[in-house]
Ligand binder design. Structure first.
Ligand SMILES: Nc1ncnc2c1ncn2[C@@H]1O[C@H](COP(=O)(O)OP(=O)(O)OP(=O)(O)O)[C@@H](O)[C@H]1O
Length: 234
């Protein structure tokens, strides 16, 4: 099992006069899931852009296993896996072919057996592996992409609204997959508007409003209490 830590401290981003993210701090340990909730414009995407190294913060620090992700020698792609809201795959290629391509882009040396095992571990059925992905549901495309996180041995996954458009069964499968990766020690930060998914999955939930963290709630919070706290704060 991986032994991971993420420390986000006083992360701040200003766009002109607008403070998109103001002194955001949180910590994660191996296997934990952290959820960012908040209405439109709360600063969730800006936070992800900073965690992905796409946007430099004006202040603050992010340490992954003790190393600053903003350091010039930090290999962000090796350690951090990003799952966009809609995963794009080559529609005429199978899951195996798509994953083989993604793996080659990541300069990983992985044989066919290992690729297939990773896809199966992520919940794809054997018979789906060689079918063109244009026949895949959103959930199946996500599983294909997450197999890359597994093969990369990523320490941290950033998931952007992963359950939007998933049916309840696919949502349950997704939650189980993230928990399974958590058991290997992988940490997850997730943006979502899905309070029920946040409740099912998160170890801690941060509510952002106009760039500020207005609450950080523990997992013990009931769904009803999470919903009423959220509605009272945003
Ligand atoms: N490049 C930019 N230039 C100027 N303002 C920006 C830029 N990016 C974001 N903002 C502003 O920063 C604030 C936070 O935006 P952000 O996209 O992070 O919010 P969000 O919580 O992800 O919202 P949504 O749920 O709509 O995606 C908003 O007021 C937005 O208009």
């Amino acid at each position: 099992m991986q032994n991971n830590t993420l420390s986000v401290s006083a992360l701040t981003k200003q766009f002109g006069n607008k403070t998109a993210v103001s002194e955001l701090s949180f910590n994660l340990h191996s296997g934990e899931v952290y959820c960012l909730l908040g209405s439109n414009g709360a600063g969730k995407t800006t936070t992800f852009n900073m965690l992905l190294g796409n946007t430099l913060p004006d202040a603050g620090e992010v340490l992954l296993n003790g190393d600053s992700i903003f350091a010039s020698n930090f290999k962000l792609d090796q350690h951090i896996f990003y799952l966009p809201e809609n995963v794009s795959l080559y529609p005429e290629f199978s899951a195996v072919e798509n994953l083989a391509y993604l793996v080659s882009l990541a300069s990983l040396d992985v044989d066919d057996r290992t690729l297939r095992d990773a896809l199966i571990q992520c919940g794809l059925n054997q018979e789906a592996l060689d079918r063109p992905t244009r026949f895949y549901s959103k959930g199946m495309r996500q599983k294909t992409a997450i197999a890359l996180a597994l093969l990369k041995n990523a320490n941290l996954m950033l998931l952007d609204e992963p359950t939007s458009g998933l049916d309840p069964v696919a949502t349950r499968e997704f939650v189980a997959l993230i928990k399974q990766l958590g058991e290997k020690g992988v940490m997850t930060v997730m943006i979502t508007h899905d309070l029920s998914c946040a409740h099912l999955l998160a170890d801690r939930i941060s509510i952002l409003h106009q760039g500020k963290q207005v609450a950080e709630l523990p997992q013990s919070e009931s769904f009803e209490s999470l919903e009423s706290t959220y509605l009272s704060l945003v």
